[in-house]
Design a protein around this ligand. Structure first.
Ligand code: PLP
Length: 761
C-alpha cells in the first residue's frame, strides 16, 4: 500500500514542481487526494448488496478527509517523506480546511465511528447533508465573536457526485431533488462511504449579508426550498426557521431511506428480509422522521400493511440519545408537521394510535404518546419503534432510564443499554501526537496502534527516565502550540507555563464562566497579596457559540476582555495568561490537545451526556479537573481519583438541592461576591447580563448551572492541581496513568459494541 501511494504521489507532485503555483495548498491537497484514491482502488470495494449498517446524522465533523485516510491507512509518514523528498513542505496538509459539517461532539462522534468502522472492518455507511456553508468560521474582533461563511467544498477533492442516484423528495409545498455526493472512508481492508445529500435547485447566498457581519441575515435570505442544504442548524426562532429545519431532516432522511431501498433491491431478496440487510442508527432525534417515511414506503410501494411495516422497521431502527436537556428533545407543532410533510403525517398518526391502543395505562399514555397537545414528539417516536435505545456514557444511560424515558423503561426494559462514546486514537494520538506515539512504540511495541486497549501496559513504564522523557515530549508539544499561536495572531504563549485547557462549544452548562470567574478570583488574590506560590498558568479556551446564543457570546467576550486586562498588568502577566484560540475545529484541536497539562471538564453534574474532548485530552496525558459527570466518571474509574481533580456537587446532591438561591452564596462569601461584582463594575467592560443570569435569572432560574455553588470546590481543585504541577515527576506519573486509562475509550470498541449489541452484522 505504501509503495502504491508513494509512486502515485510522486507522479502527482511532478506535475506541480518546477513552476510556482497559485493556490499551492489546494493543489497539493488535490494531488494527495488523487494518490489516496489510487490506493483506494486496490482495496476491497463496497458491496452494496451485502448486509450493512447506516448511521443517520445531521452532523459530521470529520476533519480533513485526507488526514483521516492517512491515519486509518497509516500512510502519514510515507506522505511526509515523499513531500520532503520532492521539495514540498511536509506540514502543508495541516493547513487544509476541515469540512465544517458539524457543531461539536455529536458530529465528531459520528466521524470517529465511521473511521473506526472502516478500520475494524465493519460495513457502516454515514448519511447526512452536504451543507454548502456548514458551520461558520469564527473570528474574534474587539473581544467578540464574528461569523464568516466557510467554503469548505472548494478544498475537498474526495467527493464524487452521483447524479444517477438522485432522488426526488416531496414536501407540502413542492418537490426538490436530492443529489448524493459520496466520500470514501477507507480502512486497510474495506471501503465504506459517507453519502451527503445536496438539495437542488440551489443557489448560492449573497455574501453581502455576511460582509455586514450578520450571519442571521444570510440565514433568513435563504429561507426557501433552496436553503435545505444551505446551513447547519439555521435559527429556529421563527416559524419559517422551524419549517426549514424539519425540511432538512426529512430531506436527508427520506433520500437516505430511498437510497438504501435501491441498494437492497440489488440483493434480489423479498422485502420481508429488509431487516436482515440494513440496520439504521439514528444519531439523536434529528433523523427520526426516517421511521414514518420507511413505514410509508413499505405500505405504499411494497404493499405491506401497517402492522407488518412497523415490525420490519422495528428490526431496522435504533436510537442514540445524546442529551437529557428537555429543549433538545425535538418537538414539532402538529399543524406545521402536517403542512410540511402531508404524506408522512398520516403515518405518524397511525404510530400514535398504535401506541395508544397498545398501552393500557392512561397515565403512561400521556407521558409517552407521540402526539400530545398539538405537538409531535420525535424522541418518543424513536423510542417506541426502535429495538434498542442507548445513552452514551454509563451515568447518562442511567439518567435516561430514570428521567426522560422512565415510562418507556418500565414497559421495555430490555430495549435500553449503554454504549460509552469513544475516540479514534488513530487521529487523536497516532496522528496528533507523534512524540507520545513513539514513546509508546519504544516500550510496548506498535500493536496498540490497531488495538488501543494494549496501551494500558504503558502505565508500568514509570521510571525516572520514562517520566523525564514523557515530560520532554509534553514540553515539545507545548512549544509547538506556542509557535502556532504566535504565527496565527501574534499572541505570545510561554511554554513554561502550565497549560490548562477548556476547548468545546461555548454553552452555559459547560461552564466556561466558572473557569474565567476563577481566573478573576486568582487575579484578585494576587492583587491583595493573598496568592502564594502560584505556578504560572495559561488558561487556554477555544469554542464557538451559536450565533443566536447571547449569553454564550457574552462569555467569549468576557474571556477576551479578561485576557486583555491581564495582558496590561505587569504583575499579573507573570502568573496568568488567558488565551482564546479562535475557530475551534478538528485541525486546531489536534494542535491544542497534545500540549495540554490539564483538561477542564466543568459541566454541572448531570448535564454532559458523555463528552469526548475529555477522552482525547486524557489520552494525550492531561489529567482532568472536572465534575462527576458524563464520561469523566469513567475516566476517573480507570485512571484513579488521585490522578485527577474532581470537584463540585454530585448529581445526587443536586437532586436534593431544592430552593437553591445563589444570592445566599453571594451574600455569605466575600471571595465570591468580589469576583461576581467585577462583572458589573469590572475594569474590562459591562457584563451585567452575566451578572444578572447568575443572581437573578430571567427565563431561566438564577444560576441555573450552579456556578456559584461549585466555585469554592473548583478553586480548591485548581489550587491543588497547581501545587502538584510544581513537582513535575509526580505530575508526569499522573499523566502516564491517564494515558493508560484512556486506552478504554477507543472508538474501535465503541463501534464494535454497536455491532455486537445492536446491529449484529
Ligand atoms: C472532540 C471535539 C468536540 C467535543 O468536545 P466536548 O469537550 O466533548 O464537548 C467538539 N469539537 C471538536 C472540534 C472536537 O474535536
Amino acid at each position: 500500500m505504501k509503495e502504491i501511494f508513494q509512486k502515485s504521489l510522486e507522479k502527482q507532485l511532478e506535475k506541480l514542481s518546477g513552476k510556482p503555483q497559485k493556490n499551492m495548498e489546494r493543489k497539493l491537497g488535490r494531488a494527495i487526494t488523487a494518490a489516496l484514491m489510487d490506493v483506494f482502488c486496490t482495496l476491497p470495494q463496497r458491496k452494496a448488496a451485502s448486509p450493512r449498517a447506516a448511521y443517520f446524522s445531521a452532523e459530521f465533523l470529520p476533519g480533513s478527509f485526507i488526514t483521516g485516510s492517512l491515519a486509518n491507512l497509516d500512510l502519514h509518514n510515507t506522505l511526509k517523506t515523499t513531500l520532503r523528498q520532492k521539495g514540498f513542505d511536509p506540514e502543508c496538509i495541516e493547513r487544509l480546511s476541515d469540512p465544517a459539517l458539524g457543531n461539536g461532539g455529536l458530529g465528531r462522534l459520528a466521524a470517529c465511528l465511521l473511521d473506526s468502522a472502516a478500520a475494524t472492518d465493519i460495513p457502516l455507511d454515514g448519511y447526512g447533508i452536504r451543507y454548502r456553508y456548514g458551520i461558520f468560521q469564527q473570528k474574534i474582533s474587539g473581544c467578540e465573536q464574528t461569523e464568516r461563511p466557510d467554503l469548505w467544498q472548494e478544498d475537498c477533492a474526495f467527493e464524487k457526485e452521483h447524479r444517477d442516484d438522485a432522488v426526488k423528495v416531496s414536501f407540502g409545498d413542492g418537490e426538490v431533488t436530492a443529489v448524493p455526493f459520496d466520500i470514501p472512508i477507507a480502512g486497510k481492508n474495506r471501503i465504506n462511504r459517507l453519502r451527503l445529500w445536496q438539495c437542488e435547485p440551489c443557489t448560492p447566498v449573497d455574501f453581502n449579508a455576511f460582509k455586514n457581519g450578520d450571519i442571521c441575515l444570510a440565514f433568513k435570505e435563504q429561507n426557501n426550498a433552496e436553503a435545505i442544504s444551505g446551513f447547519l442548524y439555521p435559527p429556529d426562532d421563527t416559524v419559517e426557521g422551524k419549517a426549514l429545519r424539519l425540511k432538512q431532516q426529512y430531506f436527508f432522511s427520506a433520500a437516505s431511506v430511498a437510497s438504501i431501498l435501491k441498494d437492497f433491491s440489488k440483493t434480489g431478496k423479498p422485502i420481508n428480509c429488509l431487516g436482515e440487510y440494513i440496520k439504521i442508527q439514528l444519531n439523536d432525534t434529528h433523523p427520526t422522521v426516517a421511521i414514518p417515511e420507511l413505514i410509508r414506503l413499505l405500505c405504499e410501494d411494497y404493499g405491506k400493511d401497517f402492522e407488518n411495516a412497523l415490525k420490519i422497521s422495528g428490526e431496522i431502527f435504533s436510537y442514540t440519545n445524546h442529551t437529557v436537556m428537555a429543549e433538545a428533545l425535538e418537538c414539532w407543532d402538529e399543524a406545521l408537521f402536517c403542512r410540511i410533510l402531508p404524506k408522512v403525517y398520516p403515518y405518524v398518526v397511525m404510530l400514535n394510535n398504535h401506541l395508544r391502543q397498545n398501552i393500557k395505562s392512561s397515565e403512561l399514555i400521556n407521558k409517552i404518546s407521540i402526539i400530545k397537545d398539538g405537538t409531535v414528539r420525535m424522541a418518543n417516536m424513536a423510542v417506541y419503534v426502535s429495538h434498542k435505545v442507548n445513552g452514551v456514557a454509563k451515568i447518562h444511560s442511567e439518567i435516561i432510564k430514570e428521567s426522560v424515558f422512565k415510562e418507556f423503561y418500565t414497559l421495555y426494559p430490555q430495549r435500553f443499554l449503554n454504549i460509552t462514546n469513544g475516540i479514534s486514537h488513530r487521529r487523536w494520538l497516532c496522528l496528533a501526537n507523534n512524540g507520545l506515539s513513539s514513546f509508546a512504540d519504544a516500550r510496548i511495541g506498535t500493536d496498540w496502534r490497531d488495538n488501543l486497549p494494549l496501551l494500558d501496559e504503558i502505565k508500568n513504564y514509570n521510571s525516572v527516565a520514562d517520566l523525564d522523557e514523557l515530560m520532554s515530549i509534553k514540553a515539545k508539544n507545548k512549544r509547538q502550540l506556542a509557535d502556532y499561536v504566535k504565527a496565527n495572531g501574534g499572541f505570545l504563549l510561554d511554554p513554561d507555563f502550565m497549560f490548562s485547557v477548556q476547548i468545546k462549544r461555548i454553552h452555559e452548562y459547560k461552564r466556561q464562566l466558572l473557569n474565567i470567574l476563577a481566573v478573576l478570583g486568582l487575579y484578585i488574590d494576587l492583587k491583595n497579596g493573598e496568592l502564594k506560590d502560584f505556578y504560572p498558568t495559561a488558561f487556554i479556551f477555544a469554542g464557538k457559540a451559536a450565533p443566536g446564543y447571547y449569553n454564550a457570546k457574552q462569555v467569549i467576550k468576557l474571556i477576551n476582555a479578561v485576557s486583555a486586562l491581564l495582558e496590561k498588568d505587569e504583575t499579573a502577566r507573570k502568573y496568568f495568561k488567558v488565551l482564546f484560540i479562535p475557530d475551534y475545529n478538528v485541525k486546531n484541536a489536534m494542535k491544542i490537545i497534545p500540549a495540554a497539562d490539564l483538561s477542564e471538564q466543568l459541566s454541572t453534574a448531570g448535564t454532559e451526556a458523555s463528552g469526548t474532548g475529555n477522552m482525547k485530552l486524557s489520552l494525550n496525558g492531561a489529567p482532568t479537573i472536572g465534575t462527576l459527570d458524563g464520561a469523566n466518571i469513567e475516566i476517573v474509574d480507570y485512571a484513579g481519583m488521585d490522578n485527577n481533580y474532581i470537584f463540585g456537587a454530585k448529581r445526587s446532591e443536586l437532586a436534593c438541592l431544592t430552593n437553591y438561591d445563589p444570592m445566599d452564596i453571594y451574600y455569605s462569601s466575600d471571595r465570591i461576591s468580589r469576583v461576581v461584582d467585577l462583572l458589573k463594575q469590572g475594569p474590562f467592560g459591562d457584563f451585567t447580563a452575566l451578572f444578572n443570569s447568575l443572581l437573578f435569572g430571567s427565563y431561566d432560574p438564577a444560576d441555573r448551572y450552579k456556578v456559584l455553588l461549585d466555585y469554592p470546590s473548583y478553586m480548591n481543585a485548581r489550587l491543588s492541581a497547581n501545587e502538584d504541577y510544581k513537582n513535575s515527576r509526580i505530575y508526569a506519573e499522573k499523566s502516564l496513568k491517564n494515558i493508560a486509562a484512556a486506552a478504554h475509550f477507543s472508538a474501535d470498541d465503541t463501534v464494535q459494541n454497536y455491532n455486537n449489541k445492536i446491529w449484529n452484522i
